[in-house]
Write a protein of this length. Sequence first.
Length: 361
Amino acid sequence: MSRYLTEPAFRHDAQSKTGVLLINLGTPEAPTARAVRPYLRQFLSDPRVIEIPRLLWWPLLNGVILPLRPRRSAAKYASIWQAEGSPLLTHTAGMTRQLAERLTRDDDTLLIDFGMRYGKPSVEAAMARMKAAGVERLLVVPLYPQYAASSTASALDAVFRTLVRTRALPDLRVVRHFHDDPGYIAALAANVRAFWQANGRGDVLLLSFHGVPRATLDRGDPYHCECLKTARLLADELELTPDAWRIAFQSRFGRAKWLQPYTSATLAELGRARTSRVDVFCPGFVADCLETLEEIAMEGKETFLTQGGQHFCHIPCLNQNTHWIDAIERIVSAQLAGWHPAKPQDGAPRLARALAHGAVR
Protein backbone atom coordinates (compact mmCIF):
# COMPACT_ATOMS: atom_id res chain seq x y z
CA MET A 1 0.00 0.00 0.00
CA SER A 2 1.28 3.48 -0.86
CA ARG A 3 2.35 5.68 2.07
CA TYR A 4 0.93 8.72 0.25
CA LEU A 5 -2.55 10.16 0.55
CA THR A 6 -4.89 9.67 -2.41
CA GLU A 7 -4.37 12.62 -4.77
CA PRO A 8 -5.95 13.73 -8.03
CA ALA A 9 -4.05 12.64 -11.13
CA PHE A 10 -1.70 15.26 -12.54
CA ARG A 11 -3.02 17.17 -15.55
CA HIS A 12 -1.00 19.58 -17.69
CA ASP A 13 -4.07 21.67 -18.43
CA ALA A 14 -5.29 21.91 -14.83
CA GLN A 15 -5.80 25.44 -13.54
CA SER A 16 -3.29 26.32 -10.81
CA LYS A 17 -4.91 27.62 -7.62
CA THR A 18 -3.83 29.28 -4.40
CA GLY A 19 -5.17 28.25 -1.00
CA VAL A 20 -5.35 30.05 2.34
CA LEU A 21 -5.74 27.74 5.34
CA LEU A 22 -6.76 29.25 8.68
CA ILE A 23 -6.06 27.04 11.71
CA ASN A 24 -7.60 27.35 15.15
CA LEU A 25 -7.28 25.23 18.28
CA GLY A 26 -10.40 23.08 18.05
CA THR A 27 -13.41 21.98 20.02
CA PRO A 28 -15.35 18.84 20.93
CA GLU A 29 -18.26 18.02 18.64
CA ALA A 30 -20.72 18.20 21.53
CA PRO A 31 -20.74 19.21 25.22
CA THR A 32 -20.83 15.61 26.41
CA ALA A 33 -18.26 13.42 28.13
CA ARG A 34 -18.40 11.01 25.20
CA ALA A 35 -17.46 13.79 22.75
CA VAL A 36 -14.97 15.52 25.04
CA ARG A 37 -12.92 12.38 25.77
CA PRO A 38 -11.41 11.87 22.27
CA TYR A 39 -10.85 15.61 21.96
CA LEU A 40 -8.94 15.69 25.26
CA ARG A 41 -7.00 12.57 24.32
CA GLN A 42 -5.80 14.17 21.10
CA PHE A 43 -5.01 17.48 22.77
CA LEU A 44 -3.22 16.06 25.79
CA SER A 45 -1.31 13.52 23.69
CA ASP A 46 0.41 16.31 21.76
CA PRO A 47 4.09 16.42 22.85
CA ARG A 48 4.11 20.14 22.03
CA VAL A 49 1.43 20.68 24.68
CA ILE A 50 2.65 18.25 27.35
CA GLU A 51 6.44 18.27 27.46
CA ILE A 52 6.69 15.38 29.89
CA PRO A 53 8.35 12.03 29.02
CA ARG A 54 5.71 9.61 27.76
CA LEU A 55 6.70 6.96 30.30
CA LEU A 56 5.62 9.37 33.04
CA TRP A 57 2.71 11.09 31.31
CA TRP A 58 0.97 8.14 29.62
CA PRO A 59 -0.16 6.32 32.79
CA LEU A 60 -1.43 9.59 34.30
CA LEU A 61 -3.28 10.57 31.13
CA ASN A 62 -4.94 7.22 30.52
CA GLY A 63 -5.34 6.09 34.12
CA VAL A 64 -6.48 9.29 35.82
CA ILE A 65 -7.21 12.23 33.52
CA LEU A 66 -9.20 10.63 30.70
CA PRO A 67 -11.42 8.53 33.02
CA LEU A 68 -12.27 11.55 35.23
CA ARG A 69 -11.84 14.87 33.45
CA PRO A 70 -14.17 14.55 30.41
CA ARG A 71 -17.32 14.72 32.53
CA ARG A 72 -16.14 17.88 34.33
CA SER A 73 -15.00 19.46 31.09
CA ALA A 74 -18.28 18.56 29.38
CA ALA A 75 -20.20 20.47 32.05
CA LYS A 76 -18.04 23.52 31.37
CA TYR A 77 -18.62 23.24 27.62
CA ALA A 78 -22.36 22.86 28.20
CA SER A 79 -22.37 26.19 30.06
CA ILE A 80 -21.11 28.07 26.98
CA TRP A 81 -22.62 25.98 24.15
CA GLN A 82 -24.83 27.93 21.76
CA ALA A 83 -27.74 26.91 19.55
CA GLU A 84 -25.34 26.95 16.58
CA GLY A 85 -22.84 24.78 18.47
CA SER A 86 -19.35 25.58 19.72
CA PRO A 87 -18.67 29.35 19.83
CA LEU A 88 -15.09 28.78 18.70
CA LEU A 89 -16.20 26.77 15.68
CA THR A 90 -18.99 29.22 14.82
CA HIS A 91 -16.71 32.26 14.91
CA THR A 92 -13.86 30.56 13.06
CA ALA A 93 -16.23 29.48 10.30
CA GLY A 94 -17.65 33.00 10.18
CA MET A 95 -14.19 34.57 9.88
CA THR A 96 -13.34 32.18 7.07
CA ARG A 97 -16.58 32.91 5.24
CA GLN A 98 -16.16 36.68 5.49
CA LEU A 99 -12.53 36.53 4.37
CA ALA A 100 -13.53 34.37 1.41
CA GLU A 101 -16.31 36.77 0.45
CA ARG A 102 -13.78 39.60 0.32
CA LEU A 103 -10.87 37.88 -1.39
CA THR A 104 -12.47 35.36 -3.72
CA ARG A 105 -15.20 37.49 -5.25
CA ASP A 106 -15.30 36.65 -8.98
CA ASP A 107 -12.10 34.63 -8.53
CA ASP A 108 -12.21 30.83 -8.63
CA THR A 109 -8.40 30.47 -8.41
CA LEU A 110 -8.25 31.42 -4.72
CA LEU A 111 -9.66 29.14 -2.01
CA ILE A 112 -10.10 30.04 1.67
CA ASP A 113 -10.72 27.24 4.18
CA PHE A 114 -10.09 26.40 7.82
CA GLY A 115 -9.17 23.42 9.93
CA MET A 116 -8.88 22.68 13.65
CA ARG A 117 -5.69 21.42 15.23
CA TYR A 118 -7.72 19.10 17.47
CA GLY A 119 -11.12 17.69 16.64
CA LYS A 120 -13.11 18.41 13.49
CA PRO A 121 -12.94 19.75 10.85
CA SER A 122 -9.33 18.62 10.82
CA VAL A 123 -6.33 20.27 9.21
CA GLU A 124 -5.75 17.14 7.12
CA ALA A 125 -9.33 17.20 5.79
CA ALA A 126 -9.05 20.88 4.84
CA MET A 127 -5.76 20.26 3.04
CA ALA A 128 -7.28 17.30 1.20
CA ARG A 129 -10.13 19.50 -0.02
CA MET A 130 -7.65 22.06 -1.28
CA LYS A 131 -5.52 19.41 -2.95
CA ALA A 132 -8.55 17.99 -4.73
CA ALA A 133 -9.47 21.49 -5.91
CA GLY A 134 -6.06 21.98 -7.53
CA VAL A 135 -4.28 24.16 -4.96
CA GLU A 136 -0.55 24.37 -5.75
CA ARG A 137 0.34 27.31 -3.50
CA LEU A 138 -0.67 27.17 0.16
CA LEU A 139 -0.62 29.97 2.73
CA VAL A 140 -1.06 28.69 6.30
CA VAL A 141 -2.36 31.14 8.91
CA PRO A 142 -2.49 29.81 12.49
CA LEU A 143 -4.95 32.06 14.32
CA TYR A 144 -2.60 32.58 17.27
CA PRO A 145 -1.32 36.19 17.43
CA GLN A 146 1.59 35.32 19.72
CA TYR A 147 3.91 32.47 18.74
CA ALA A 148 4.23 29.51 21.09
CA ALA A 149 5.50 26.01 20.41
CA SER A 150 2.38 24.59 22.05
CA SER A 151 0.02 26.48 19.71
CA THR A 152 1.55 27.82 16.48
CA ALA A 153 4.23 25.15 16.11
CA SER A 154 1.73 22.41 16.92
CA ALA A 155 -0.64 23.72 14.22
CA LEU A 156 2.22 23.66 11.73
CA ASP A 157 3.12 20.13 12.84
CA ALA A 158 -0.33 19.05 11.63
CA VAL A 159 0.33 20.69 8.27
CA PHE A 160 3.79 19.16 7.90
CA ARG A 161 2.58 15.69 8.90
CA THR A 162 0.07 15.89 6.08
CA LEU A 163 2.69 17.14 3.64
CA VAL A 164 5.00 14.24 4.54
CA ARG A 165 2.30 11.97 3.09
CA THR A 166 1.69 14.17 0.04
CA ARG A 167 3.29 13.27 -3.29
CA ALA A 168 3.01 16.57 -5.19
CA LEU A 169 3.89 19.22 -2.61
CA PRO A 170 2.52 22.76 -2.89
CA ASP A 171 4.55 25.93 -2.57
CA LEU A 172 4.23 26.86 1.09
CA ARG A 173 4.12 30.06 3.11
CA VAL A 174 3.37 30.45 6.81
CA VAL A 175 2.25 33.35 8.99
CA ARG A 176 4.36 32.75 12.09
CA HIS A 177 2.73 35.40 14.29
CA PHE A 178 1.04 38.80 14.15
CA HIS A 179 1.33 39.97 17.75
CA ASP A 180 2.46 43.48 16.76
CA ASP A 181 0.64 43.84 13.44
CA PRO A 182 -0.82 47.37 13.31
CA GLY A 183 -4.16 46.15 11.98
CA TYR A 184 -4.46 43.55 14.72
CA ILE A 185 -3.63 46.10 17.42
CA ALA A 186 -6.08 48.60 15.92
CA ALA A 187 -8.80 45.91 15.86
CA LEU A 188 -8.19 45.09 19.54
CA ALA A 189 -8.39 48.77 20.46
CA ALA A 190 -11.55 49.31 18.43
CA ASN A 191 -13.14 46.31 20.15
CA VAL A 192 -12.35 47.66 23.61
CA ARG A 193 -13.49 51.20 22.74
CA ALA A 194 -16.79 49.93 21.35
CA PHE A 195 -17.43 47.98 24.56
CA TRP A 196 -16.63 51.01 26.70
CA GLN A 197 -18.88 53.24 24.64
CA ALA A 198 -21.77 50.83 25.13
CA ASN A 199 -21.13 49.83 28.76
CA GLY A 200 -18.96 52.49 30.38
CA ARG A 201 -15.37 51.95 31.46
CA GLY A 202 -13.97 50.06 34.43
CA ASP A 203 -11.28 51.15 36.85
CA VAL A 204 -8.79 48.58 35.57
CA LEU A 205 -8.40 46.81 32.23
CA LEU A 206 -6.93 43.36 32.83
CA LEU A 207 -5.36 41.83 29.71
CA SER A 208 -5.42 38.08 30.22
CA PHE A 209 -3.38 35.80 27.95
CA HIS A 210 -3.31 32.01 27.80
CA GLY A 211 -0.68 30.68 30.18
CA VAL A 212 2.19 28.31 29.42
CA PRO A 213 4.77 26.71 31.72
CA ARG A 214 7.54 29.09 32.82
CA ALA A 215 10.09 26.58 31.54
CA THR A 216 9.05 27.26 27.94
CA LEU A 217 10.48 30.77 28.22
CA ASP A 218 13.82 29.37 29.38
CA ARG A 219 13.78 26.92 26.45
CA GLY A 220 13.43 29.68 23.87
CA ASP A 221 9.72 30.34 23.33
CA PRO A 222 9.17 34.03 22.45
CA TYR A 223 5.56 33.81 23.66
CA HIS A 224 5.99 35.74 26.91
CA CYS A 225 7.77 38.63 25.22
CA GLU A 226 5.21 38.77 22.42
CA CYS A 227 2.33 38.89 24.92
CA LEU A 228 4.03 41.76 26.74
CA LYS A 229 4.50 43.63 23.45
CA THR A 230 0.88 43.14 22.41
CA ALA A 231 -0.30 44.42 25.79
CA ARG A 232 2.00 47.45 25.66
CA LEU A 233 0.97 48.36 22.11
CA LEU A 234 -2.71 47.99 22.98
CA ALA A 235 -2.34 50.12 26.11
CA ASP A 236 -0.56 52.78 24.04
CA GLU A 237 -3.28 52.67 21.38
CA LEU A 238 -5.93 53.12 24.07
CA GLU A 239 -3.83 55.89 25.71
CA LEU A 240 -4.01 54.17 29.11
CA THR A 241 -2.02 55.34 32.09
CA PRO A 242 0.19 52.70 33.78
CA ASP A 243 -2.24 52.26 36.67
CA ALA A 244 -5.23 51.73 34.36
CA TRP A 245 -4.21 48.34 32.99
CA ARG A 246 -2.51 45.10 34.00
CA ILE A 247 -1.40 41.88 32.31
CA ALA A 248 -1.88 38.32 33.57
CA PHE A 249 -1.85 34.69 32.38
CA GLN A 250 -4.68 32.18 32.76
CA SER A 251 -5.33 28.43 32.45
CA ARG A 252 -2.59 27.09 34.71
CA PHE A 253 -2.49 23.28 34.74
CA GLY A 254 -0.51 21.07 37.11
CA ARG A 255 1.96 21.99 39.84
CA ALA A 256 4.80 23.48 37.79
CA LYS A 257 5.39 27.22 37.68
CA TRP A 258 3.66 28.95 34.79
CA LEU A 259 4.00 32.46 33.43
CA GLN A 260 3.03 34.99 36.06
CA PRO A 261 1.16 36.89 37.33
CA TYR A 262 -1.72 34.43 37.29
CA THR A 263 -5.10 35.80 36.21
CA SER A 264 -7.00 34.17 39.08
CA ALA A 265 -4.59 35.60 41.67
CA THR A 266 -4.73 39.04 40.06
CA LEU A 267 -8.54 39.07 40.10
CA ALA A 268 -8.52 38.01 43.75
CA GLU A 269 -6.06 40.79 44.54
CA LEU A 270 -8.19 43.39 42.74
CA GLY A 271 -11.25 42.12 44.57
CA ARG A 272 -9.58 42.40 47.98
CA ALA A 273 -8.56 45.94 47.05
CA ARG A 274 -12.30 46.70 46.68
CA THR A 275 -11.86 47.65 43.05
CA SER A 276 -15.19 49.06 41.88
CA ARG A 277 -15.08 47.52 38.42
CA VAL A 278 -12.62 45.43 36.44
CA ASP A 279 -12.85 44.83 32.69
CA VAL A 280 -11.12 41.67 31.42
CA PHE A 281 -10.06 41.29 27.78
CA CYS A 282 -8.20 38.36 26.20
CA PRO A 283 -6.11 39.66 23.25
CA GLY A 284 -4.46 36.30 22.58
CA PHE A 285 -7.75 34.67 21.55
CA VAL A 286 -9.20 35.88 18.25
CA ALA A 287 -12.46 34.01 18.99
CA ASP A 288 -14.36 33.40 22.20
CA CYS A 289 -14.03 29.87 23.52
CA LEU A 290 -14.12 27.86 26.73
CA GLU A 291 -11.18 29.80 28.18
CA THR A 292 -12.84 33.18 27.71
CA LEU A 293 -16.54 32.40 28.16
CA GLU A 294 -16.27 29.99 31.08
CA GLU A 295 -12.88 30.46 32.72
CA ILE A 296 -12.92 34.27 32.53
CA ALA A 297 -16.55 35.36 32.21
CA MET A 298 -17.80 32.86 34.82
CA GLU A 299 -14.98 31.60 37.06
CA GLY A 300 -13.04 34.86 36.91
CA LYS A 301 -16.13 36.86 37.73
CA GLU A 302 -16.87 34.67 40.75
CA THR A 303 -13.29 35.03 42.02
CA PHE A 304 -13.36 38.82 41.73
CA LEU A 305 -16.79 39.29 43.33
CA THR A 306 -16.30 36.83 46.20
CA GLN A 307 -13.05 38.59 47.13
CA GLY A 308 -14.78 41.95 47.46
CA GLY A 309 -14.91 43.42 43.96
CA GLN A 310 -18.13 45.12 42.93
CA HIS A 311 -18.57 44.89 39.15
CA PHE A 312 -16.99 42.55 36.61
CA CYS A 313 -17.12 42.84 32.81
CA HIS A 314 -15.78 40.43 30.22
CA ILE A 315 -15.02 42.13 26.90
CA PRO A 316 -15.76 39.74 24.00
CA CYS A 317 -12.94 38.62 21.71
CA LEU A 318 -12.51 39.90 18.17
CA ASN A 319 -14.76 37.15 16.81
CA GLN A 320 -16.26 38.39 13.52
CA ASN A 321 -15.74 42.09 14.20
CA THR A 322 -15.30 44.09 10.98
CA HIS A 323 -12.04 45.65 12.21
CA TRP A 324 -10.60 42.17 12.76
CA ILE A 325 -11.71 40.94 9.34
CA ASP A 326 -10.03 44.04 7.89
CA ALA A 327 -6.83 43.13 9.73
CA ILE A 328 -6.73 39.46 8.71
CA GLU A 329 -7.51 40.47 5.12
CA ARG A 330 -4.47 42.76 5.11
CA ILE A 331 -2.25 40.10 6.65
CA VAL A 332 -3.31 37.52 4.07
CA SER A 333 -3.13 39.95 1.13
CA ALA A 334 0.42 40.91 2.05
CA GLN A 335 1.49 37.25 2.23
CA LEU A 336 -0.10 36.48 -1.15
CA ALA A 337 2.03 39.11 -2.91
CA GLY A 338 3.76 37.56 -5.90
CA TRP A 339 1.59 34.47 -5.69
CA HIS A 340 -1.88 35.75 -6.36
CA PRO A 341 -2.93 39.03 -8.00
CA ALA A 342 -5.12 41.13 -5.73
CA LYS A 343 -8.50 42.14 -7.13
CA PRO A 344 -9.61 45.03 -4.93
CA GLN A 345 -13.24 46.07 -4.96
CA ASP A 346 -14.65 49.45 -4.01
CA GLY A 347 -13.61 50.20 -0.45
CA ALA A 348 -10.89 47.52 -0.43
CA PRO A 349 -8.02 48.10 2.00
CA ARG A 350 -5.22 50.39 0.87
CA LEU A 351 -2.70 47.53 1.06
CA ALA A 352 -4.75 45.38 -1.34
CA ARG A 353 -4.92 48.26 -3.83
CA ALA A 354 -1.17 48.75 -3.53
CA LEU A 355 -0.56 45.06 -4.13
CA ALA A 356 -2.76 45.15 -7.22
CA HIS A 357 -0.72 48.02 -8.66
CA GLY A 358 2.64 46.55 -7.79
CA ALA A 359 3.47 49.22 -5.19
CA VAL A 360 4.39 46.65 -2.55
CA ARG A 361 7.10 44.06 -3.15
